[in-house]
Design a protein around this ligand. Sequence first.
Ligand SMILES: [Zn+2]
Length: 351
Amino acid sequence: MKRAILFALILGVVNAGAQSRNTSQVLSIYLVDVEGGNATLFVSPSGESVLIDTGNVAPGAARDAERIMAAAKDAGISQINTLITTHWHNDHFGGMAELANRLPIRHFVDHGPNVQPAAAPDEFLQKVYPTLYGKSTHTVVKPGDRIPIAGLEWRIVSAGGQTIKTRLPGAQQANPFCGGFKPHTVNPVSGLPVGNTEDEQSVGSHVTFGRFRAVHLGDLTWNKEFELMCPENRLGTADLFVASRHGQPSSNSELLVHAIRPRVAIVNNAARKGGQGDAMRVLYTSPGLEGIWQAHYSLLGGREYAVPGIFIANESEETPHDGEAHWIKVLARADGTFTVTNSRNGFSRSY
Ligand SMILES: [Zn+2]
């Protein structure tokens, strides 16, 4: 009898030890450098993971999948619980099949069919994607949906060209930045007419961990930002903003950025994509902003708009740079404080 009790006690200690190894008190976020695409990995304190996008199509696909794997290894995860593909552009879904060859993906999330016919996504969606999600689960999300991740509140705020129509809990502000809105009729970067492209379809996420809040809207466009944020600020304020559309001025309006008042913005730009002055100026003038971090030095922003090099994860000016790459890592705590680290130089700053 005594021996049975002793055994139960030992078992309890062993179990408690195993649990503490698999859980932490922090939410980890990796902004993986995928050369001007997107791949942002969230690992919750429970060890569950959400990856937003998988980087570029070939020839960058294997490179980007390997870079995501390096972040997964650093985080100690052996699967992706949920993969959100924001939209069907080559720089957002491109590494998916390569990544799925390297680690299991349990749940695939997207906005639905491709609205902008193009060879690469159409072939992928017909021939590859169904075989990937066929072994797992697949959800087409709409604004207002939630992604079930233990320890986090993960809300979808845009998808399929629609945005949430009601305020998130705690978002009670009018938005004073709506008045000066000038809609885009052409994309100021490409010069092409704006309209029914995949960017407008982006799956946008709002993530809450205790008092910490993060906003990641994929490549949601300038005009969709207005629909999401006006006449009232439906998102409230955020601690971390992953700049939309790689920090291009075809997104990142004041009525979004200044209204959510991020404490830190991270720009997932490349040397020749994103980080232009018009977008960086909106970040620099955002009320309450304490820091900007960049995946790359931007030749488009140049010295005028670049942050000090210590905040830049990759300084290569090659396009693309296929060698060693570095991420920006955020460790967020439930009290709302967080620490950002540049993996290239080890520099950290707490907010
Ligand atoms: Zn993009």
